[in-house]
Design a protein around this ligand. Structure first.
Ligand code: FPP
Length: 261
């Protein structure tokens, strides 16, 4: 946790009526927040716009979410940008998203440098169009030495595929005599997931009111607190983020045990 309280207070001035920075405990900020960004299409349709305009507006929300996470001193922010099922969308929408991922990443690299953010990807990025892949690799290379917050972008990600991939890897290593099958434990699985080395999310935010996981981080979310807001992703701002953190801090996390008295 890296908190610059002066910057944080300036960032969170002009508070709306229902929430302010004073409503959260700065000593209990979640280390890893994960977001299912949903509702871009509905946001655009409600305004008589093409769905693509919703995705473009969603980029602004994502930039704000990254900045907010840095200001709050998170160790990691992860977001679900494109699932293995999203290939079923109309081709022009898939093309637009791939284009947006690449152009946004190039555009936001200065922000990552300025804020010392390290980028990583969750998912099978080898299967992405070449330009997107090339830009992603550039993002990885250029931020590899940053030791501030980790920003993990889930693209072409599916949790079941991720777990199957880890199982395949373990089976292969066992067949080669590199590991003992009897010694395969939870840690062995975790270490072979795309999220290896990241703490499990403390808080999962889903926008647009949907109450499902959509094949996202099934293993990693075992003890995560969920926060679902009806707000559509393009309308999700730093104050919405703060409301989610305040709700998180109001929960009692027991990890299957009982509350210490
Ligand atoms: C969900 O809204 C959103 C997505 C599938 C794409 C997320 C992409 C962005 C936020 C754009 C920018 C991202 C990056 C990484 C640059 P939806 O289309 O499912 O909305 P709907 O449920 O209302 O149809």
């Amino acid at each position: 946790m890296r908190l610059d309280t002066e910057k944080l207070r300036a960032y969170y001035s002009d508070a709306p009526e229902d929430i302010s920075l004073g409503d959260i405990d700065l000593d209990r900020i979640p280390a890893h927040v994960s977001i299912i960004m949903d509702g871009n299409g509905r946001w655009a349709t409600a305004r008589g716009l093409d769905r693509s305009r919703g995705h473009v507006a969603g980029v602004d929300s994502l930039r704000e979410a990254v900045t907010t996470s840095v200001r709050l001193g998170l160790d990691a922010l992860s977001v679900y940008a494109f699932s293995t099922e999203n290939w079923r969308r109309p081709q022009h929408e898939v093309d637009l998203l791939m284009h947006l991922f690449a152009t946004t990443l190039v555009k936001e690299l200065p922000l990552f440098h300025q804020e010392n953010v390290r980028l990583r990807f969750l998912g099978d990025i080898d299967a992405l169009p070449e330009r997107t892949r090339t830009v992603f690799q550039r993002g990885l290379d250029e931020t590899a030495d940053h030791d501030g917050m980790t920003f993990a972008l889930a693209v072409n990600y599916g949790s079941r595929a991720e777990i199957a991939r880890a199982a395949r890897q373990i089976a292969l290593e066992a067949a080669q005599g590199l590991i003992d099958p009897a010694g395969v434990d939870e840690r062995a699985v975790s270490e072979r997931l795309y999220t290896a080395g990241l703490p499990d999310p403390d808080l999962l935010i889903r926008t647009s009111g949907e109450m499902r996981l959509s094949n996202y981080l099934l293993w990693q979310l075992a003890y995560t607190e969920f926060y679902v807001t009806p707000t559509l992703w393009p309308d999700f701002d730093r104050w919405e983020f703060l409301r989610a953190v305040a709700a998180f801090q109001g929960r009692s996390r027991r990890f299957g045990g009982v509350v210490a008295s």
